[in-house]
Design a protein around this ligand. Structure first.
Ligand SMILES: Cc1ncc(COP(=O)(O)O)c(C=O)c1O
Length: 183
């Protein structure tokens, strides 16, 4: 009997340790970790420098609210901006939260330029963007949304129906959210 809520259909396999891109079961079977948690553990498992850094920080300070300045966060944000296209960074706890932030940024942008009604987001049907209320409705999937009421502002289209991107139609949307997992 498991005391975990039954909101995931888990595979009957578990792992006791990881090293780099590999995972190991209790009986020592080695797997190449193609899932990476999903697609978030891009630094791999148990890298010695990361272990050392986390260990060091754990002895100093575990968490402080965003209500305060966080010099380590400033340092990481600067590095990320200098090495990428970004001007600013918002740290999020999960992919769903990052998706929610993207939805908010798109809508707020149009609000700020005097187009507050431009709120609809165009999404690929049966995609996956997380499990929050907004992101399940962004998925355009019956399986994800059944029994959860209604959250408006999303319109989905089948991936192969690209004619939906006609210029006239595009003017109605604040953004196209097009990351998808089919299959
Ligand atoms: C494309 C995409 N968006 C959002 C998410 C949600 O991420 P999280 O489970 O961290 O909320 C995932 C997770 O698999 C994802 O693959």
């Amino acid at each position: 009997m498991s005391y975990l809520a039954k909101n995931y259909n888990r595979k009957k396999i578990s792992f006791v340790r990881g090293k780099g891109s590999y995972l190991y079961t209790a009986s020592g079977i080695k797997y190449l970790d193609f899932v990476q948690g999903i697609a978030v553990n891009c630094l791999g498992h148990a890298h010695p420098r990361l272990v050392e850094t986390i260990n060091k920080q754990s002895k100093k300070l575990w968490h402080v609210s965003n209500a305060f300045q966080i010099p380590e966060g400033e340092k990481l944000a600067k590095k990320l901006c200098q090495k990428t296209f970004a001007d600013y960074v918002i740290f999020q706890n999960s992919g769903a939260e990052a998706t929610e932030a993207a939805i908010k940024v798109a809508r707020r942008y149009f609000y700020s330029i005097g187009k507050p009604n431009k709120t609809r987001i165009l999404c690929v049907k049966n995609s996956f963007h997380g499990r929050t209320l907004a992101t399940i409705f962004a998925s355009g999937s019956k399986k994800m949304t059944e029994g959860f009421g209604h959250v408006g502002g999303f319109r989905s289209f089948h991936f192969w129906r690209s004619q939906i991107f006609r210029k006239k139609d595009n003017q109605k949307y604040s953004c196209n959210y097009d990351r998808t997992y089919n299959g």
